[in-house]
Write a protein that binds this ligand. Structure first.
Ligand code: ZN
Ligand code: ZN
Length: 175
């Protein structure tokens, strides 16, 4: 069976789970699935064959095609201009940078998973609190457009890293 046939044959949620696990067990299959996702117009980086099988499968099945329609690639780590402070934010390099490192403001661009860029809201995400979980710092956001709550990890390894003073200023606030 070709990768295309395998992906097409995975119809139910259970099928997808099984095929995702198989891709992780047989990484040789992954490049073909990546090629399939690219054929669907999904913009994937060179390290995509190392991504979890389930995620690649979802991309290859085109479920995130909507993110293309609003003009953003799926695995987005791009430079952008902050909508709040106007600074030019450089790309992170490893993970998708989703907020300004200086004022921490983001945009409501992700729908279900970080980096999917599948939300059509696009309004400003304001940081309202910070939480600590398993030794990591998590920013809690409220969307100025739709009121949704979002959580994004503080990026201390970026260049520049998130401004620590801005993170600390949010401690003690209730989300
Ligand atoms: Zn900013
Ligand atoms: Zn929103």
């Amino acid at each position: 069976m070709t990768a295309e046939e395998l992906v097409a044959a995975a119809k139910t949620r259970a099928d997808c789970k099984r095929l995702g696990a198989r891709l992780d067990a047989e990484p040789d299959l992954k490049p073909a699935v990546v090629a399939l996702a690219r054929a669907n117009g999904v913009d994937l980086p060179d390290d995509a064959p190392t991504w979890p099988g389930k995620r690649l499968l979802r991309l290859a099945r085109g479920r995130e095609a909507s993110s293309r329609e609003i003009g953003n690639p799926v695995a987005l780590d791009e430079a952008f201009t902050c909508v709040s402070c106007g600074r030019e934010v450089p790309r992170h390099g490893r993970s998708a940078r989703d907020h300004c490192p200086w004022c921490l403001v983001g945009l409501h661009v992700d729908d279900r998973v970080p980096g999917d860029r599948a939300s059509t809201c696009r309004a400003r995400l304001d940081p309202v609190a910070v939480e600590q979980k398993d030794g990591r710092w998590i920013l809690v956001y409220r969307c100025s457009g739709c009121g949704a709550t979002r959580r994004n990890q503080v990026l201390m390894d970026g260049d520049p890293p998130d401004r620590w003073e801005a993170v600390v200023a949010l401690t003690g606030r209730m989300p």
